[in-house]
Design a protein around this ligand. Structure first.
Ligand code: GLP
Length: 252
């Protein structure tokens, strides 16, 4: 299946585009569930979304939000947790109440059970936002994860820990995380994968070339019926020149 790319000038124009889609989904489907992600890529997107919602208010009282992943054993009050990230960058700023959002927490069977129950209760996301790791992971589904895997606890790869090191004051990245499985992610009605910056150019080229294989988790997205890969020019810079020109001229 051909992936649909959208290429924008820079991370701000990417943020405008993605924030607009999120706001539109919230507005058009006011009782739906939206799947969100964390990471540096999402920072300008949530900032833009907060600004847009302030400018064009949306009734958010019936919406639900669920995140793809979290480190194991990081308390939500810990500034380095994804829970803290979401609260600080989005939920506290647009008045999303505690019961409307879920970010997995804990470890072991109990945490997996709780995440599955929440997915069931909130229902399949109409839209799932994703970033991509430099080794091709989505959520924290590391290379080699079965496509049939549901919610699970994962031992993070050395590559992932080193990629996320700068988000921890002491440079110590937790060794484990809990994540939605590929199977869960693929259920979402629509998926938007975002990558920005030169450091993502290689993996985006690999994604473009890849056959669908468990060695490259993001490659499964080629089998999803509604997926868009949103890039800035830097992240798109290793794509074949004609593809870059085509998508840039089409959508920017
Ligand atoms: C992290 C997270 C993902 C995130 C991705 C990209 O490790 N598990 O949920 O989307 O890697 O992160 P960043 O945007 O910081 O590059």
């Amino acid at each position: 299946m051909v992936m649909n790319f959208k290429i924008f000038e820079n991370e701000d124009t990417v943020a405008n585009y993605v924030a607009n889609i999120l706001r539109k989904q919230m507005n058009d489907n006011p009782t739906s569930t939206i799947g969100l992600a964390t990471g540096k890529t999402m920072v300008p997107i949530y900032k833009q979304l907060v600004d847009e919602i302030k400018e064009h208010p949306v009734d958010m009282s019936q919406l639900k939000f669920i995140n793809v992943d979290e480190y194991v054993d990081l308390d939500p009050s810990n500034k380095e947790s994804f829970a803290y990230f979401m609260k600080e960058k989005l939920y506290s700023q647009v008045n999303v109440l505690e019961h409307q959002s879920f970010i997995p927490t804990g470890s072991g069977e109990e945490a997996v059970k709780q995440f599955n129950e929440k997915l069931e209760e909130f229902g399949t996301p109409v839209l799932q936002l994703l970033g991509i790791g430099q080794n091709g992971h989505i959520g924290f589904n590391e290379p080699g994860t079965s496509f049939d895997e549901g919610v699970h606890v994962v031992n993070l790869s050395e590559e992932t820990k080193s990629q996320n090191k700068d988000q921890f004051a002491d440079g110590n990245v937790p060794t484990k995380a809990i994540t939605m499985g590929i199977k869960d992610i693929m259920k979402s009605r629509e998926i938007i994968l975002v990558a920005t910056g030169q450091h993502k150019a290689n993996i985006i080229r690999e994604l473009y070339d890849a056959k669908v294989t468990e060695k490259f988790p993001a490659s499964i997205l080629k089998e999803h019926r509604m997926v868009t890969v949103v890039l800035d020019k830097e992240a798109a810079s290793e794509l074949p020149q004609d593809i870059q020109s085509y998508y840039y001229s089409q959508y920017s």
